[in-house]
Design a protein around this ligand. Structure first.
Ligand SMILES: [Zn+2]
Length: 363
């Protein structure tokens, strides 16, 4: 398989084209300066001033922070509390396949910071169905990891609504943010996915209810969004990386988290050096089989273009070697036949839920 000589995207990636040097069109566009970054906060003083507007003593919490137990969201939480003085509600999700080390990291950090933590043990049978439908079928450029990420995200918005919290700050990387910011692609994925699951009526209805929370979010796009708290009754969602004076240097973050609250890495994971749930092994196995790449290839390609990781490091991190027979074990648990080639999904028209024109179709 041909792979871009600059990033790690293969020829099976939708819409990809290579020039005579083997460089893909996405890398070329980036070199030509087409890429843009959202952040416009030059220093901490600047940010401190803007964030002060989000402190409201009449509320219990200023910000909701989804925490995976990984170093990015952990570090974001530490800074929001210690440097910016915001009062967070921390949310950790376990859909039944979370790694105990990651969960323990979140508990330790919240104890250390004396902040409230909501541990949401999210409906495991529901998630198993979601993974089964996505892994057992082929949908262009989507992955069970992607949809699972949607659920985590929507749970965060739901909690922010319930606790009247106007701001969500997550630890997404630039690569993740890129992956999820394409509204057109997001809408297409959503419609296909809904069609894929429409036959399972109760499940479909529950899924549709989850997506209604999309209507309550506002994705951070520009500085002005943060300068005017509580606009239009929407919850502002921003990834911590927009504060560009923080480097996403994993080694630095690991040392910092270890020093502060005895953060522990997971024994094995995919991609290497990250924090993810155990279902990553089955999801990635099926993604590679179906598409020739995983969602992480797209994410890491963006990180390479942004100069945050070298191509060599990305290739090393993305090498897929699942421990033992974990892929088969997980497949048995959710009822997916990993030896069958997933059939390309043919879209049938079903009444997809109506969403407003204004709804941000990004996560
Ligand atoms: Zn490329």
């Amino acid at each position: 398989m041909v792979v871009c000589s600059t990033c790690v995207l293969p020829e099976s990636y939708p819409g990809i084209q290579f020039d005579e040097d083997g460089v893909c069109n996405l890398c070329r566009q980036h070199m030509a300066g087409a890429a843009s970054t959202a952040g416009s906060f030059s220093c901490e003083e600047d940010l401190l001033e803007v964030l002060a507007g989000w402190k409201d003593k009449s509320r219990k919490y200023d910000v909701l922070v989804p925490a995976s137990g990984g170093v990015d969201s952990s570090f974001a939480l530490v800074k929001l509390v210690e440097t910016y003085g915001l009062r967070p509600l921390v949310y950790h999700n376990d859909h039944g396949y979370e790694d105990p080390t990651a969960t323990e990291n979140v508990r330790k950090l919240c104890r250390k910071l004396n902040v409230d933590l909501i541990f949401w043990q999210y409906d495991t049978p529901f998630m198993k169905k979601l993974w089964k439908y996505l892994n057992g079928n082929y949908l262009e450029d989507t992955s069970a990891c992607y949809i699972c990420g949607n659920m985590l995200y929507l749970n965060a918005i739901e909690l922010a609504c319930r606790f009247d919290i106007p701001l969500v700050v997550n630890g997404y990387s630039k690569g993740q943010a890129d992956l999820i910011s394409d509204k057109e692609q997001g809408r297409r994925r959503f419609e296909n996915m809904m069609a894929l699951m429409a036959h399972d009526r109760d499940f479909f209805n529950e899924l549709t209810r989850k997506y209604e929370y999309l209507g309550r979010q506002k994705i951070f796009e520009k500085r002005g969004d943060l300068e005017h708290p509580g606009q239009k009754d929407r919850i502002l969602v921003l990834p911590f990386f927009v504060f560009q004076f923080y480097k996403t240097d994993k080694q630095f973050l690991k040392e910092e988290c270890r020093r502060r609250f005895d953060w522990q890495p997971q024994e094995t994971n995919y991609p290497r050096r990250t924090t993810n749930c155990r279902m990553i092994w089955l999801n990635t196995h099926m993604d590679l089989k179906k598409m020739g790449y995983s969602v992480y290839h797209a994410e890491y390609s963006r990180l390479i273009r942004e100069g945050e990781i070298t191509r060599e490091q990305a290739l090393e991190d993305l090498e897929f070697s699942p421990p033992g027979n974990i892929v088969q074990t997980l497949a048995d648990e959710i009822g997916v036949d990993i030896h069958r080639n997933p059939a390309p999904f043919r879209k049938v028209e079903v009444p997809a839920p109506e969403l407003g024109e204004e709804d941000d179709f990004a996560f």
